[in-house]
Design a protein around this ligand. Sequence first.
Ligand code: 5RP
Length: 222
Amino acid sequence: MSQEDQKRAAAEAALEYIQPGMIVGVGSGSTANHFIEALAASGIDIKGAVASSEASAERLKGHGIQIHDLNTVAELPVYIDGADETNHKLQLIKGGGGSLTREKIVATVSSRFVCIVDESKLVDKLGAFPLPVEVIPMAQSYVSGLLAKLGGRPELRKGFTTDNGNVILDVKGLRMVDPVELEGALNHIPGVVCNGLFARRPADILLVGTQEGVIKLARSPR
Ligand code: 5RP
């Protein structure tokens, strides 16, 4: 099975968590796009979706799925999204597509976060994938300097502006011994809007498309 087929299989497996009448949180990226296609094809009569990026909102609207503003939604039972890396604790690195801030907001609000990946994303230790950090443009130089002091090698994502009007620094070389601690520490740097570690709000369910089919990992209760 190709990587794309594995993504598609994981996305289709996530339909198990969707009930008629729900408002569904929907993430961004190619695996999330497979989920949107599967959702549209399923015919499940959902009430609508909260999207974590403008691109996903457009794709959902293209299928006639109503987009809700998160501020008008009382509760979000489920959030479906991909990841760039996941460990076995279901802690993630996200933001390869640059939508990390909205993704973290929607994931945190949702009662259940179902993460859908192909098998290349499941790793023993997070950190091979450069960590995306969303930064307010005027603080780019200051934040880069601090990240370098922490042992990172930040690189500005060229020609890219987030949906929130900010820039992304992709940071190689950060030690991720304690992802929960690192996520908090990075968020305390003035000018950092959000970083792509999802350790404080990891996924609850991980669906991994593999050569042998989709495997499911569930996070142990907090
Ligand atoms: C976007 C993300 C995506 O979930 C992540 O980059 C994975 O993308 P893909 O499903 O295309 O491999 O975090 O900001």
